[in-house]
Design a protein around this ligand. Sequence first.
Ligand code: AMP
Ligand code: ZN
Length: 400
Amino acid sequence: MTLRLHNTLSDSFEEFKPIEDGKVGMYHCGPTVYNYIHIGNLRSFLLGDVLRRTLEYLNFEVKQVVNITDVGIGGNNDEGEDKILSGLKREGKAITMESMLELGSFYTERFKEDIATFNIKTPHVLPKASEHIAEQIELIKILEAKGFTYKTSDGIYFDTSKDSHYGKLTRSNLVRQGSTLSRVIPIPEKRNPRDFALWKFNSNLGFPSPWSQGFPGWHIECSAMSSKYLGKTFDIHTGGLDLAPVHHNNEIAQSENACGCEFVHYWLHNEFVNVPEGKMAKSEGTGITLAELIKAGFNPLAYRYFLLLAHYRSPVTFSWEALTAAQNAFEKLKKFVERLDSGGTIDLAYKAKFIEKIENDLNTPQALAVVWTLVKDKDVLPNNKLATLLDFDKVLGLGL
Ligand code: AMP
Ligand code: ZN
C-alpha cells in the first residue's frame, strides 16, 4: 500500500507523491491571535499534526509551516470587523500598533502552550504576518504588474474576473458553498462580489506601502509566507473546511497568477467540531477553550482521543457526555499500557494493519480499532504489545 489522501482539489482519493523524493513541505492555516483558540480550532491543528506524524512514521522528512495571523484586515472575510481590532476593544486596550502586536504576542504564546498540551508537535516554522509585510507587498506588486489588481477608495483589490481558473478548489466538489457566499459582503466599489482585498488603506494605523499606509488583506499572508518557506509550489496545504471556498480559493488565485505555476498539489480539509447550535465558534459564544476543558476535570489528551475516534472528514458533535465516554476508554487504555512490561519487539502483523489504516486517508478511527484488537489479543506477549502500542503512539500522539 501507499499513502492515499483525499484531495479537495479533485474531490477524490489520490496516491501521495511528493515533489521531491522522501521529502514533504506542508502548510496549515494557523490562528488569528486575538483570543484563546477553542477546541474546534484544535481539530484543524490536529489534522496537521496527525498528517505530520503519519508522514514521519512512513519515513518522510517533513517541513511544517503554520502561520500566525497577528495583523491583517478582515478576519474571515475582507469587510467584516477586523478580529484583531475587536480583540483590542474587548480587552480595553488602546488602538495602536504597539498594543496590536502585544495582543498578538500574548495569544501566540497561549496558542503554543495549547498545542503543546495537546501533544501537537511544534511546527518547524511559525511565521507571523507582521514580520512578513515586505514579502506580502512584493507579491501584491507582482500581481499589480500583471494586471490582476485595481484600486478603490479603501484599498487594492484582486480582480477575480481576470482569473479564468478562479474558484477551482471548490468548483467540482461538495464543499458547502452556501455558508461562505453569505460571508462575501458586496461593497459598492468592488467590480465583483468575489473580489477581495490585497491591501487596505488606513490613515491612522498600519504599515507603509507603495499605495498608502495600511494593512495586508488576510489572504495574501498565506500566499507570501508559504512560498517563502516552502517554495512557489509545495506538497500539502490544510485547514478547516470553512476556509476552502473563499480563503483557499483566494490563496490559489494570488499564488498561481503571481508565479504562473501550480501552488499546491494536495489540499486537505477537516470537518467541524459542532455543538447543538451549529459549528463551534468563538463569535457565537460556543467556543470552549482547552483550559476550560481541563478545569472541568478532563485530560486534554482524552479530547485528542475523542477527536481521533472520528475520521477528520466527518463532522463531530461535542458534548460533555461524549467526552466523558472517550475519557473512560482513554484511561482504560492508559492503565492497560502501564501494566505491560518493557523489553518486547513490535508485532509486525499488527504494524502492517495499523499502517494500512493510516495510509487510507489517515483513518484514525480504524487505527484505534487495531489498537483495541491488539489490546485484547491473547496470542501477543505483553511486552510485545507494549512495544507495538508505543510504536503506534508515534502517530496517535496519546502520550501512552
Ligand atoms: P481561525 O483562527 O478562525 O482562522 O481558525 C483556525 C482554524 O480552525 C481554521 O483552519 C478553521 O477552519 C478551523 N476551525 C474553526 N472553527 C472550527 C470548528 N468548529 N471545527 C473545526 N475546525 C474549526
Ligand atoms: Zn491561510
